[in-house]
Write a protein that binds this ligand. Structure first.
Ligand SMILES: [Ca+2]
Ligand SMILES: [Ca+2]
Length: 295
């Protein structure tokens, strides 16, 4: 073998190595790109690396009082129903996974921070708040000011705004119930007949009883069980957080959301609004807390 043949042989070898190595890199890149272009199928979790890019915030946290909260990520959502719907942008926030329970509220009362509920009864139970049988049931007979104290002073959180509450209930696809379309007694605790009383339960139920009734962010009882206080004053749409409705020092009725065990299905729709005076409490009205995702 002469020198020329040897040189050609070496060049040939180098070319082969080049094709093998760079060919594989290019294939991996094409493969990677196609993975990024295809949208994830429902029910299949995105790879951890993609989730980390989308949000660095944990999906679920446990706060200073050991209460579980779920992330509602930054972004726009559609608020309101036909004729009133409008886009609202919200920063990321965390929301209690459950309505505040009797036991959790009692922790605040025992510590001397919160005022006891106005009654220890519920509608058809003479002993409710303080009765260990109902520890995991939603607290009721708590007015807006008392709810503010529990969320703010006790939990280091706050009540959700009306917009936050609705986004937490329906997500970003404009659905009318937390789980999507249609309603039945296996999804929520409500009154199943518009003309007569046809209760699913006829009283409050333990929080988190309806697995198939979760919102897109994994929150329970956003439709039914008890109505929930939000921070906002009752003002007309479009929702605008800077027009005074989120001024916590102003007088006026505050919005309640989500319907209750005693309400018809229409009142459980995610955009349904009702309101009462901030000093009033009701047997069908509780609350849950929210807080900013970034301090
Ligand atoms: Ca009815
Ligand atoms: Ca509720």
């Amino acid at each position: 073998m002469n020198k020329k043949t040897a040189v050609i042989g070496i060049i040939g070898l180098l070319l082969t190595v080049f094709v093998l190595v760079f060919g594989d890199i290019m294939y991996q890149q094409i493969k990677g790109r196609s993975v990024l272009q295809s949208s994830p199928s429902p029910g299949i979790e995105e790879p951890a690396s993609t989730q980390a890019l989308a949000t660095e915030l944990p999906t679920e946290i446990t706060d200073i009082k050991d209460i579980t909260m779920r992330l509602v990520p930054t972004g726009d959502f559609t608020m309101g129903s036909t004729g009133s719907s409008h886009g609202v942008y919200l920063d990321a926030f965390y929301m209690d996974i459950y309505e505040v329970t009797n036991a959790h509220y009692e922790g605040c009362v025992t510590a001397g921070v919160c005022e006891p509920p106005h009654y220890i009864k519920s509608d058809f139970r003479s002993s409710y708040y303080g009765n260990s049988e109902y520890d995991n049931f939603p607290v009721v007979y708590v007015n807006w000011t008392m709810a503010q104290t529990y969320c703010g002073t006790w939990r280091g959180a706050r009540l959700p705004t009306e917009a936050e509450w609705e986004k937490a209930a329906r997500g970003t696809d404009g659905r009318i119930y937390p789980w999507g379309e249609g309603i039945s007694c296996d999804k929520a605790n409500y009154d199943g007949d518009p003309d007569f009383d046809l209760y699913c339960v006829g009283e409050t139920s333990a929080v988190g009883s309806y697995e198939s009734g979760q919102s897109p962010y994994g929150l329970y009882d956003m439709a039914g069980n008890v109505f929930e206080w939000v921070s906002s004053l009752n003002k007309s749409y479009p929702y605008n957080a800077t027009d005074g409705r989120e001024d916590l020092t102003r007088g006026g009725s505050r919005v309640i959301r989500g319907g209750s065990w005693n309400e018809d299905s229409n009142d459980l729709q995610v955009f349904y609004r009702s309101w009462i005076g901030p000093d009033l409490s009701e047997s069908e009205l509780g609350f849950r807390c929210a807080k900013d995702a970034t301090p």
